[in-house]
Design a protein around this ligand. Structure first.
Ligand code: PMP
Length: 410
């Protein structure tokens, strides 16, 4: 205890450390792997000690974080605009790249306006909390598997919320029917769910919401850039009109930042009342310029999207051939189920240390206990040799850990 503290001072480190000990005891303590992602080498990278790894768990789904057009745009912006934005959007922080990026995102989603945030998390938190606060008596109907950032936004909004069972239309219909038709309400859900890779019944949810006079709010964080015309997402692919689309610039677009797109008035209301937007320094100009280059590139090119889907199919097939427990889904995400936090950690460690493969274990609370998994994210840059190496390494690790494989008959 430092000399300045009285004996009555709580032992803060001991109180906090007890929580960390619980995580360690359950095998859920998060270890960060330091990676040197060298331009041009992705999905290859170097560990801190110089050992090479193949990254199989990045959300840089298309490798756009290494794309020459994106890097060049960022370097040019640093030269021409400097390092930082210099302020919040309201106080000197609005630059030409932010304005151009918002116009591009609005056009991508066929919306009147878009607003950029420092992250997708900030976008969800700010947008949902602000809508809940501004719309009198607004009930938010939230899918049970919604991301932590949506849950935080709904909570901070302080209004009534109803949670419907994941992708359960009948339950959503039941909850909607309990609310007065004229009362404001928002149905908030995702398109591609990041951990299971399943996709919401977007059309049916939108129809149900419309029938009950509810606004629709969709998180397309794991879909923008990857699905739909120009990468506008799954709702756009399926031709479904959604009132508010939220996305990230940090996953398929490979840079960082988040956004919402919607009607001019709705976006203006969030711009004018969302604390998480108003009181936060704007994205650096280079981030906005890089994201803009990435969005523009993917609006004009299907090649990356097509290759991405093909690589995901090839990876899935190779793992299935080894009898590995791949969760089936209609997206690009390939979850391989382990079902135990310590085994999941052990599998990840063995892959890294013995096979040069990096897949972060996914444990509770990110997924329910008993469904711990390795979440594999193929990209267009994982070639056949990398896929074969992955499948062989996983099979070896599974056997060494006594995990179940069910090799399909030839
Ligand atoms: N929504 C979903 C569904 C996500 O998975 C994430 C990131 N993991 C976010 C929002 C937040 O996006 P960002 O990483 O840009 O903060």
């Amino acid at each position: 205890m430092p000399a300045t503290m009285s004996p009555k001072t709580p032992d803060y480190d001991a109180l906090l450390g007890a929580h960390l000990d619980t995580l360690r005891a359950e095998g859920r303590y998060r270890h960060f792997l330091t990676l040197h992602r060298q331009p041009g080498a992705f999905p290859g990278a170097l560990r801190a000690d110089g050992r090479p790894v193949t990254v199989w768990c990045s959300n840089d789904y298309l490798g756009m974080g290494q794309h020459p057009a994106v890097r060049d745009a960022m370097i040019a912006a640093i030269r021409e605009d400097g390092a930082g934005a210099g302020g919040t959007r309201n106080i000197s922080g609005t630059g030409r790249h932010h304005v151009a990026l918002e116009a591009e995102l609005a056009a991508l989603h066929g919306k009147q306006a878009a607003l950029v945030f420092t992250s997708g998390y900030a976008a969800n938190e700010a947008a949902l909390s602000t809508l809940a606060r501004l719309l009198p008596g607004c009930t938010i109907l939230s899918d049970a598997d919604n991301h932590a950032s949506m849950i935080a936004g709904i909570r901070h909004g302080g209004g009534p919320k109803r949670v419907f069972r994941h992708n359960d239309l009948a339950h959503l219909a039941e909850l909607l029917a309990e609310l007065p038709p004229e009362a404001p309400k928002i149905v908030a859900f995702e398109s591609v769910y990041s951990m299971d890779g399943d996709i919401a019944p977007i059309r049916a949810i939108a129809e149900l919401a419309r029938a009950h006079n509810a606004l629709t709010y969709i998180d397309e964080v794991h879909a923008v850039g990857l699905y739909g015309p120009g990468g506008a997402g799954v709702a756009a692919r399926d031709g479904v009109e959604i009132d508010v689309v939220e996305g990230t610039l940090g996953k398929a677009y490979g840079v960082g930042g988040g956004y919402v797109a919607g009607s001019a008035t709705l976006v203006d209301a969030i711009r004018s009342f969302a604390s998480g937007f108003i009181f936060s320094t704007t994205l650096a100009p280079a981030i906005a310029a890089g994201a803009l280059a990435s969005v523009r590139h993917l609006r004009g090119s299907d090649a990356e999207r097509t290759a991405h889907q093909e690589r995901a199919r090839a990876t899935r097939a190779a793992l299935r051939d080894q009898g590995l427990p791949v969760m089936e889904n209609p997206s690009h995400i390939v979850p391989v189920m382990v079902g135990d936090a310590a085994l999941c950690r052990a599998a990840s460690d063995m892959l890294l240390d013995e096979h040069g493969i990096y897949i972060q274990p996914i444990n509770h609370p990110t997924v329910p206990r008993g469904t711990e998994r390795l979440r594999i994210t193929p990209t267009p840059l994982h070639d056949d040799a990398a896929i074969a190496h992955l499948a062989g390494a996983l099979a070896t690790v599974w056997d060494r850990l006594g995990l179940r494989r069910q090799k399909l008959a030839a």
